[in-house]
Unconditional design. Structure first.
Length: 426
């Protein structure tokens, strides 16, 4: 384990380039299982969860060649393993969830262990399973594994009880191999789902309703060899926007997708931040005063993203006035609150609502990352705080941020990573 040591109170200035999106790269990588020919994917971010998934792909029988630091060729023309309970890493990341849809489509059977991911809620997969059943899968529980078998996959009409990102992606992938037409209603509209559909359609799939809540998939399209570039990470984009705000700095964010940032962009402008749009892929974010307080409620896209809720919580800790943050997506996304309190934050939580009374200053403290987005919110708080912070379990942040301390150092942040020999004892 490693820790970040951050010396705060620096104004962050300069340019930063946004990496490819974790939550788009993960399903895109698993989708290559549906191809009987090589697929070249670029802009794949080098981060913990992606590395684990690439190793899983190799272990299930996909030939993976790294062509450049961010470009990989996936060739799934050989046999693909269906028993995921035998494969190391599958149960440690949530990003392995779409292996289910892709392998069920390809092999008509899958053995699935219980999946992991950040400890932010129970994260059941009932909506995925209901959809798979409608497509023709029979599911049996044996111990902590689920056995999926489908003699025939048949196009169907499903309504998702919740517009789950993973369930939408999984059902798209399975429906690709089904006979006839599948319609998914109340589908997730997240840009990452759209990116997956772009890739599949570029390869010859026939999916319509892109970006809407009703998707129509015509199954059994032959997929041809393509090259595809993963979309920019909108959560990393938002994180750097908030770095500028919290440190009263000025950051030009490049290689992002401005269109995906509306909910944050409007909120930041409301609280006094200067955000200049410089074309479709660049933003200049500048702040020279304390921000005003604000209210947010996390929602599926185009609502405010839950993955930016923890970084916004850090901002609220320093805003002038009282902010209210309602988390509607996950049950345990306030695990970072006790850590922020150690840095001087004034936060009260009641179930999924946090009431934050902003303080003038936070101070450096010894804290630990509870989960990926909670971890980055501690880094943000430490950058703005007076004094030194020691942030343990730094590798949790690496699951979803590429070269985070290097990018921050280039913006004038004082942050180093050191080995954490003793770990952290509460
Ligand atoms: N849910 C169910 N049943 C289901 C599926 C989901 O109850 O069958 C619930 C979940 O428990 C959760 C909510 O619905 O409370 C949203 O889950 P969703 O399926 O939409 O999310 P996901 O596919 O598991 C992806 C991202 C998350 C991101 C969410 C929402 C990946 C690998 N993960 O998760 O990313 O928060 O969509 O946008 O794509 C992160 O990057 O830190 C992260 C957690």
């Amino acid at each position: 384990m490693s820790q970040f040591i951050v010396d705060g109170n620096n104004c962050l200035k300069g340019n930063v380039s946004i990496s490819g999106s974790k939550n788009s790269a993960l399903p895109i990588i698993t989708s290559t299982i549906l191809f009987k020919c090589p697929v070249e994917i670029s802009n794949i971010p080098d981060m913990g969860d992606v590395r684990i998934l690439i190793q899983i792909m190799k272990d299930i029988g996909v030939k993976v060649d790294q062509l450049s630091p961010d470009t990989f060729r996936f060739d799934a023309s050989g046999d693909i393993e269906s028993d995921l309970s035998k494969i190391k890493g599958v149960s440690t990341i949530r990003g392995s969830q779409t292996l289910l849809g892709a392998i069920l489509g390809r092999n008509h059977e899958v053995i699935l262990p219980v999946l992991g991911g950040c400890p932010i809620g129970a994260r059941p997969m009932d909506i995925h399973f209901q959809g798979m059943k409608k497509l023709g899968a029979v599911i049996e529980n044996k111990g902590n594994r689920k056995y999926f078998k489908a003699k025939k996959l048949q196009g169907t009409h499903v309504y998702l009880d919740y517009s789950s990102v993973g369930a939408t992606e999984n059902l798209i992938l399975t429906a690709m191999s089904a006979e006839g037409i599948t319609i998914i209603e109340n589908a997730a509209q997240e840009p990452e789902v759209v990116d997956l559909v772009y890739l599949l359609n570029q390869a010859g799939a026939r999916i319509s309703g892109i970006g809407s809540s009703t998707l129509q998939i015509i199954g059994k399209s032959a997929l041809k060899r393509i090259k595809f570039s993963v979309m920019p990470d909108r959560i990393e984009t938002g994180t750097f926007m908030l770095c500028a705000v919290m440190t009263k700095g000025k950051i030009q964010i490049e290689d992002c997708c401005v269109q995906d940032m509306s909910s944050l962009l409007f909120k930041l402008r409301d609280i006094g931040v200067k955000v200049e749009i410089r074309g479709q892929s660049s933003l200049l974010v500048e702040m020279d005063k304390r921000s005003s307080s604000f209210n947010i409620r996390t929602m599926p896209f185009p609502g405010f993203p839950t993955d930016l809720q923890s970084p916004m919580l850090s901002l609220a800790c320093l805003a002038g006035g009282t902010s209210i943050i309602s988390e509607t997506v996950y049950e345990n996304r306030f695990n970072v609150v006790p850590e922020l309190r150690k840095m001087g934050a004034n936060i009260m939580t009641n179930d999924k609502i946090a009431t934050i009374t902003g303080v003038e200053k936070m101070f450096g403290a010894e804290v630990q990352c509870p989960d990926l987005r909670g971890g980055i919110s501690l880094v943000l708080a430490a950058l703005a705080a007076d004094g030194k912070s020691y942030i343990h379990r730094a590798s949790v942040v690496d699951r979803g941020y590429q070269f985070i301390e290097k990018k921050l150092q280039r913006l004038n942040a004082s942050i180093v990573r050191v080995e954490d020999e003793n770990g952290y004892i509460r």
